[in-house]
Structure formats: C-alpha cells, structure tokens
Design a protein around this ligand. Structure first.
Ligand code: IMP
Length: 197
C-alpha cells in the first residue's frame, strides 16, 4: 500500500487524516516514521506557503517512495481585515495559549455587532508525490464569532466559532459535527477525490 506521511507533530491531525482517508488505498502514517517532525520556521505569507514549508522539511527525511501531506490553517475575521489568519496560533504573541488568543480576539471585536462578526476557518493542504510534484487543496468553513466562549470540545478558537447554519459553537457541537463541516475535513476530501481520480 502507498504510504502517506502527515507532516505534523500533532497526533490529533494524523488521526483526522487517517479517518478521512479510510479505504482510499493509502496507509496514513505520522512523521514518527521519519524520526519525527523537524522544527520549521513557518515564515511564509500564505497558508499554502507555510504548508509547503512543512511538507518539504519532512520530505527531506522521508523514504523516496512516500507521499507527503501537510496542512496549515487558521481563522479569518472580516472585521479585522482577515486577521488573525496565518498568525492564528500566535495572535496574542509568540507562545501564547489558545485562551490568550481567544481572549484577544473577543477584545478586538468587542464593539462589533453580530452582523459584523463574519469569519471563516481556512485550511490549505500541500501534497507532494514521490516524484516531487506538488498539489494544493483548500477548505473553508464559514461562520461568525460569538460574543463569549461556550463549550468544552475541540481546541483553539472552537469555543467562539459558530459555523453557518448553527447557533452553537464548534466546541459545543463536538467532533462528530465538526468533522463533517470543518475546513480541514473539506480540504482532505478534495485531496481524496484527486487521489482517487
Ligand atoms: P496550524 O494549522 O496547526 O498551524 O493551526 C494554526 C492555528 O489556527 C491553531 O493554533 C488554532 O489557533 C487555529 N485553528 C486552526 N484550525 C482550527 C480549528 O479547527 N479549531 C480552532 N482553531 C483552529
């Protein structure tokens, strides 16, 4: 079976890819098969550029016949001109916790009425095949930022992100709903369609 190695140190992401690529003909592996995900400076100025940096860093350590996939994701808020965007993980400063980032976001949006709180999660995947050819896949999940955090599931901005068509946050809706709607799920499904075609 062909091996698809996920260029991430995050075990949760590997599990998510594994579930979404079940029966696709690929064996999904974590970066551990290459000795672990190396440290990379994510200094690209788009999600795609950062995903590519991670995929290339792992490819240098991977078996020559392996396929590599990486993702980069974040939250874009219209009223903030698309921020935090590629800076989502460090919105409140280098090494900031999810809680600090989320509190900063709520503070920045304090004055904004419900109609001005549109936002989306975005995810871009970079897939590199054994020949070195690169392909990118996008996924987006539209929604809005709530006035206060709610729910205990998930991570990052999940407690304040209410996806379109729902009135509860991702953290309240839980993994079973999130895994159908999320930016990452949509991007992985786009990649799956391409791998199968
Ligand atoms: P990365 O793609 O793992 O680098 O994620 C960047 C940051 O975006 C995370 O640290 C979170 O703050 C945010 N983020 C990305 N995806 C999600 C999500 O599904 N829920 C909540 N926050 C997310």
């Amino acid at each position: 079976m062909k091996q698809l190695i996920v260029a991430s140190g995050n075990a949760h992401k590997v599990e998510e890819f594994d579930g979404l690529l079940e029966t696709s003909g690929f064996e999904v592996c974590s970066a551990k098969v290459c000795g672990g995900m190396p440290y990379v400076l994510e200094d690209g100025d788009t999600f795609g550029a950062n995903a590519r940096i991670k995929a290339l860093a792992l490819r240098a350590l991977a078996p020559k016949d392996a396929w590599i996939v990486s993702d980069d994701s974040g939250l874009e808020v219209d009223a903030l001109g698309g921020a935090p965007g590629i800076h989502s993980a460090r919105y409140a400063g280098e090494g900031a916790s999810d809680l600090h980032n989320l509190n900063k976001l709520l503070l920045e949006l304090e004055e904004q009425p419900a109609a001005q709180r549109a936002a989306r999660f975005r995810c871009v995947l970079c897939l590199i095949d054994p020949s070195g050819s690169e392909q990118f896949f996008d996924g987006a999940c539209e929604g809005r930022i709530a006035n206060a955090p709610a729910g205990a599931d998930g991570f990052g901005y999940d407690p304040v992100f209410v996806p379109e068509g729902h009135s509860e946050s991702f953290a309240e809706l839980g993994e079973s709903i999130k895994s159908k709607l999320s930016h990452r799920a949509l991007a992985v499904l786009a990649m799956r369609r391409c791998l199968e075609s």
